[in-house]
Design a protein around this ligand. Structure first.
Ligand code: HPA
Length: 250
């Protein structure tokens, strides 16, 4: 392992990584409790990587119950310095159509009551981290360049609205998110990105548009879970190709 080892946090539709030659699984205990599962160590496209399924390997942990602090702390202490976070989102603005891949460059946090900071106990001084640019621009550029090099229809930039879930939004809530300047909406972007920053990890999100957000898209009826699953599995084929392309360039 090198100090530039990369972690991939897999979300809905990515609970395992095809093509990852698994070398071992590591159970980690943290001062914040248990992570979503053991860390999977392996080799992908010739590079050592670590993988963690955000919702657990059986996809059983809902977004508001994920122990984000334990997940990020465990990865950091396993030795990684950078994180590519894969996450399903709903598309709000016109460019964010399913099953597109988007690399957001901003985020707004609408979540509550989640363990969202590592800086609350045993402090020698109150700590505020800068979060002006919530995503690592270098990592975003690597993702974007690799996506372009393999011909993916990927969108550069956009604001991610992190909502509490687990229910989806109302049409009025999505209207408000759009007025706030949000382009996509998901339930796991925060506090994950903020914790990565507190830990000094480079962090970028590869968002997969699983559906039009509530009240968006043609017809704008109810959100069909069948369509969500279909879009996610279609997009994950591309995400896997993207990860294999980007890992050797990082
Ligand atoms: N809203 C919030 N989270 C999501 C959505 C959505 O429409 N689709 C996938 N994750």
């Amino acid at each position: 392992m090198t100090d530039s080892t990369i972690a991939i946090i897999g979300g809905t539709g990515l609970t395992s990584l095809n093509g990852l030659e698994i070398t071992r699984r590591e159970v980690m205990h943290t001062p914040y409790g248990e992570p979503s599962g053991p860390i999977t160590h392996g080799v992908l496209a010739g590079r050592e990587v670590m993988f963690l399924a955000r919702h657990g390997y059986g996809h059983t942990i809902p977004p508001h119950r994920i122990n984000y602090r334990a997940n990020l702390w465990a990865l950091k202490n396993a030795g990684i310095s950078r994180v590519v976070a894969v996450a399903a989102v709903g598309g709000i603005t016109a460019e964010m159509y399913p099953p597109r891949i988007v690399f957001p460059d901003q985020i707004i946090d609408y979540t509550w009551s989640r363990g969202h900071t590592l800086f609350e106990e045993d402090l020698s001084h109150v700590t505020h981290v800068d979060f002006t640019e919530p995503y690592c621009s270098e990592l975003r550029q690597c993702l974007l360049a690799s996506a372009r090099s393999i011909g993916l229809d990927a969108h550069d930039g956009g604001t991610y609205a992190a909502t509490q879930g687990p229910r989806l939004e109302t049409r009025a809530e999505v209207d408000r998110l759009e007025r706030d300047g949000c382009d996509v909406v998901g339930m796991t972007g925060m506090p994950e990105a903020g914790l990565a920053r507190e830990l000094g990890l480079g962090y970028a999100t590869c968002a997969v548009v699983a559906n039009w957000a509530a009240g968006r898209g043609e017809g704008a009826g109810e959100i069909s879970m069948e369509d969500v699953e279909k879009n996610v599995s279609e997009a994950m084929v591309n995400v896997r190709r993207l990860l294999e392309a980007v890992i050797p360039t990082m």
